[in-house]
Design a protein around this ligand. Structure first.
Ligand code: HEC
Length: 245
């Protein structure tokens, strides 16, 4: 073992040179204080790249973290399944509910005169509530809605003398919907009568009353038998399909 391999310790003498002992301390750089060290440039570059590309990826592809990334353009939500019980039909909106809801929209054409309440304006516009014309058969109703009324006209014992416009520019479906709406909402119908008027019935009325070119006079409407109903199949209120039997 050569003496130059262990300069600091003089083995022969059995002593340690203080100066030589501090050689290494002078040679090395001072250790950085904890927390003040520097980070390698490569770590910084790699971290920056991860942030830039990763961030770009998230913001371009994740749609602002919205859950709509799972919904494509052609997606159509299925109706919610029924809560318990036997099958989804009960949960779906019954045909009659959407039919009268649409009828209520068409009734927007009528509220200026008959009012949203169906009570009309005394002396000017007759009420639909308590009206024998609304409670009566659908044939008179179809005739009134398609061609209108003019001249003196009596409703519930009250005399009116205005003009009920013709609505034959509306589709058969819309006339059927509004007729259903006013009969079910404002009428007091005979037992067993559901108040439904179908597109098919208004189509038949259009044919039956096609000879009428001007609004009806009261006498002409009275000539249609009070209880006469328009031809057409009764429908199932749930499905709107022709009812069995
Ligand atoms: C511009 C006002 C006006 C509008 C709008 C109007 N009506 Fe009338 N309606 C009258 C008048 C007036 C009479 C009575 C006829 C007369 O005086 O000659 C009447 C009569 C009636 C009658 C028979 C009498 C009764 O009170 O039951 C029904 C049914 C009726 N209208 C339904 C409707 C429906 C449904 C609408 C909308 C689609 C409508 N009317 C829109 C003015 C109007």
């Amino acid at each position: 073992m050569g003496s130059n391999e262990n300069k600091n310790i003089d083995y022969d003498q059995g002593t340690v040179s203080t100066v030589q002992l501090h050689d290494s301390v002078r040679r090395e750089n001072a250790l950085p204080r904890e927390g003040s060290g520097t980070v390698g440039i490569s770590i910084i570059v790699v971290s920056a790249l991860v942030l830039i590309f990763g961030g770009g990826q998230l913001f371009s592809g994740a749609n602002g973290f919205s859950d709509s990334i799972y919904i494509s353009d052609y997606y159509k939500a299925e109706p919610r399944p029924a809560l318990g019980g036997d099958g989804g039909d009960a949960a779906a909106v019954a045909w009659i509910d959407s039919w009268t809801k649409d009828g209520k929209k068409v009734y927007g054409n009528c509220i200026a005169c008959h009012q949203a309440s169906g009570l009309g304006i005394p002396g000017q516009f007759p009420p639909l509530i308590g009206s024998e014309w609304v409670d009566g058969g659908t044939a008179r109703m179809g005739a009134i809605l398609l061609h209108g009324i003019s001249g003196s006209f009596s409703v519930g014992g009250q005399a009116y003398n205005g003009l009920m416009p013709a609505w034959n520019t509306l589709s058969d479906e819309k006339i059927a919907q509004v007729a259903t709406y006013i009969r079910r909402e404002f009428g007091s119908l005979p037992e067993g009568e559901d108040g439904v008027v179908t597109t098919e019935m208004i189509k038949a009325a259009r044919e039956q009353f096609s000879g009428q070119a001007v609004p009806y006079q009261e006498a002409e409407l009275l000539a249609i038998p009070e209880g006469e109903m328009l031809p057409g199949a009764k429908v199932d209120l749930q499905t709107g399909e022709p009812a069995e039997g």
